[in-house]
Design a protein around this ligand. Structure first.
Ligand SMILES: C[S@@+](CC[C@H](N)C(=O)[O-])C[C@H]1O[C@@H](n2cnc3c(N)ncnc32)[C@H](O)[C@@H]1O
Length: 222
């Protein structure tokens, strides 16, 4: 909201249970199509029909598709995000948890590590089953994530992943802004094979559309 209101003075600070603090520049959340990663551009190119943008944030993807003539519903559980998306011109936007969505769509977008919303491996089935129920015939879910195995890499090219621990993509995610800490959340990074297996169990097909430059990928579920 600060950025939207012209009060941009500092960035968000993020960190995770396995990584140090990093800045998340506020302008990134307001990115135009040309500034988006290739995976996101590809997802937008594949959009068809009526679109649901899950976790729309400031609404950048919704705005682009709306400008292309698509009917888009943008939802987020953040009141501020929904307000900003509205102010930026997203026509249909609602404060809503995706698990409370009941309409059906031709394209469902989950972008900027879209699997994060599932939070934990144990919850994937619940989310996939629900997302599947929101698809029209021939509908698709476009989701991006990363295989973060590289974050555990050691100098000698070995790994220190604890085989007895939970899935290595399950992280605690910390966020702060202007010295105020947000309540930590669980955030799930999924490697493609794990996503594909979970999709098969949920009765969804899962294609690898594109790989990014850093262990990231775009998946198409249908
Ligand atoms: C990493 S941000 C991505 C924002 C936006 N898609 C973008 O690419 O700039 C994830 C967003 O998902 C929202 N979110 C998290 N859990 C959600 C849920 N269960 N239903 C809807 N939105 C959710 C968060 O509030 C946040 O705005």
């Amino acid at each position: 909201m600060d950025y939207q209101n012209g009060n941009y003075t500092e960035d968000l600070i993020t960190s995770t249970s396995i990584s140090d603090e990093e800045k998340l520049p506020l302008p990134y959340l307001f990115r135009a199509y040309d500034e988006m990663p290739k995976l996101e551009q590809k997802a937008l190119q594949l959009a068809k029909g009526k679109v649901l943008d899950v976790g729309c944030g400031a609404g950048s993807h919704s705005l682009y598709l709306q400008d292309q003539g698509f009917t888009v519903m943008a939802i987020d559980i953040s009141k501020g995000a929904v307000e900003v998306a509205k102010q930026r011109g997203v026509i249909h936007t609602e404060l809503k948890d995706v698990l409370d969505e009941t309409e059906t769509f031709d394209t469902i977008l989950l972008l900027m590590n879209g699997t994060g919303i599932f939070q934990q491996l144990s919850q994937i089935a619940t989310y996939l089953k629900h997302l599947k129920s929101l698809l029209n015939a021939n509908g698709q879910i476009l989701v991006d994530s990363s295989d973060i195995r590289y974050m555990y890499e050691e100098d000698d090219e070995g790994f220190w992943i604890d085989a007895n621990a939970d899935y290595y993509g399950e992280l605690d995610y910390f966020l702060s802004y202007k010295g105020v800490d947000e309540t930590p959340i669980k955030w799930l990074y999924l490697d493609f094979d794990t996503l594909k297996k979970a999709c098969e169990t949920a009765g969804l097909k899962c294609d690898l559309v594109m790989e990014g430059e850093h262990f990231d990928y775009l998946g198409q579920l249908f």
